[in-house]
Design a binder for this molecule. Sequence first.
Ligand SMILES: [Zn+2]
Ligand SMILES: [Zn+2]
Length: 254
Amino acid sequence: MANKPGKHTPYFELVDAQRLSGCSVCRLVHHTTDRYLDSLLYESVLDPGLREKLKRSHGFCSEHVEMLRNHPGRSLGIALIYETLLRRVTDVMEEGKLEGGSLRERIRGTGSPGRGLARRLTPDLPCPACLIKEQATQDNLELLIAFMEDDKLYEAYAEGEGLCLLHLAWAVSLVSEEATLQRLLQPQIARYRLLLEDLAEYIRKADHRFKHETLGPEGDVWLRVMNAITGGAGLGLGREHNPRGSARRKQVGE
Ligand SMILES: [Zn+2]
Ligand SMILES: [Zn+2]
């Protein structure tokens, strides 16, 4: 690999994240975005120019508003950002009126008199945290693929909980060598097969003929399978619910 990056902090963070529950990239990206939001809120108290910029994106998307709820220590930054934004929206609405539309538009019936005002009430920049999230995702997945041949990272990846399906597909799009693709896919296939075993057992026990049987490690598979597909930081499978660990325990117990 010609442009293989060096082993710096992001590499070691990626290795360490494999040992934690859930999709490692979801987890790392969540931390990066959370840190970014925290510093942005701190700066926004001091920097009116930054608040002006944030009014163009209408602050943040719903996912990142949820994250901001966990930052009560930065509430002044949030209040100042949204005060700037709300003041602007209120001014636009006070001046708001319907537009006639051009003669041609009226003849065609395509002119919408409220369209101009609606546009002024719509953000013209994306959520800044979404941009950070996308870049952090790309960076982590590029690193994972670049070091897939590195035994330390590969072993941690193969032993860990892998990637959510969104990030797996994204990672696949970055692969250029067959051997790397198989190193990426095979551990994930093994994880999915174990989840499928647990799902089969869970569904079997839901049958009235077997309802008396107590649930084993498959009891929370309906939650784990959603996390495996959709990902999300903090929605990990939990070490005690690790599907690979569960399978090992089952084999030992049998
Ligand atoms: Zn993920
Ligand atoms: Zn966002």
